[in-house]
Write a protein that binds this ligand. Structure first.
Ligand code: GCO
Length: 259
């Protein structure tokens, strides 16, 4: 042990993390994981009542958590949320752009409104929230942005094309953020979850054919659990990743690595 030990590499103490779409699923698991590593948490969701209930549960479990209910796809709502953070002296050090929805339908049957809703919620939101966070992070010379992509950031699956396009955009938006913000001390990276056991995927998990396909197509032979993203999220949120930028780390049981 050196005479003057360095702070633990993965310690998030003193940092504040905003996780969008964190009232359930992957977002909640990631938020709690960042909290376990010491971060103060700002949880987000569109529905104030369910978000307040989740924040209360998390507070009861010992997390330092504040809720911020706003629609990440609406520019005015995002700007107002960050103005409120400013007014309350809340500095977002770590941003996880997790909010996302799914819409499964063949493209020829798709309504433009449904296409737009998925693109706005899954991709435009990361731009809107990332932009407001980065404006403040640049001034402080520090920030961590973690965008949540998908296997569909690389490969398409029929009937989920708007989601695929949005998640493909997340992969290149992450590189764009790195291109423009790395020089200001901000690391922007992404996580690509595989097929995870979330309520968004409930219909797939309960479909014996799809369930068998996931288990056969994944070298690990199983679906992933949301908390299996936490280690990668803490890595990308911590000093351990200070020279990592523009990367996408797939947590997918090996699915993308094999034919
Ligand atoms: C689907 C699923 C996928 C997964 C995930 C895979 O309908 O195929 O919802 O999109 O959720 O994105 O990485």
């Amino acid at each position: 042990m050196p005479a003057t030990p360095k702070p633990p590499l993965f310690d998030l103490s003193g940092r504040t993390a905003l996780v969008t779409g964190s009232s359930r699923g992957l977002g909640r698991a990631i938020a709690e994981g960042l909290g376990d590593a010491g971060a103060r948490l700002v949880v987000n969701g569109r529905d104030p009542d369910s978000l307040a209930a989740v924040a209360a549960e998390m507070r009861e479990a010992g997390y330092d958590v504040r809720e911020a209910s706003f629609d990440v796809a609406r520019e005015d709502a995002v700007e107002a949320a960050f103005a409120a953070f400013d007014a309350d002296m809340i500095e977002i050090d770590i941003l996880v752009n997790n909010a996302g929805i799914q819409h499964r339908q063949p493209m020829v049957e798709l309504r433009l409104a449904d296409w737009q809703r998925v693109i706005d919620t899954n991709l435009t939101s990361a731009f809107l929230v990332g932009r407001e966070a980065a404006k403040r992070m640049i001034g402080r010379g520090y920030g961590k942005v973690i965008n949540i992509g998908s296997l569909t950031s690389e490969l398409a699956r029929a009937t989920v094309i708007p989601y695929t396009v949005a998640k493909g955009g997340i992969r290149l938006l992450t590189k764009g953020m790195a291109a423009e913000w790395a020089g200001a001390g901000i690391q922007a990276n992404a996580i690509g979850p595989g097929y995870m056991l979330t309520d968004m995927n409930e219909a797939l998990v309960n479909d014996p054919t799809f369930d068998a396909w996931v288990k056969g197509r994944t070298p690990a032979g199983r679906w992933g659990a949301p908390d299996e993203l936490v280690g990668t999220a803490v890595f990308l949120a911590s000093d351990a990743s200070n020279y990592v930028n523009g990367q996408m780390i797939y947590v997918d049981g090996g699915m993308l690595s094999v034919l």
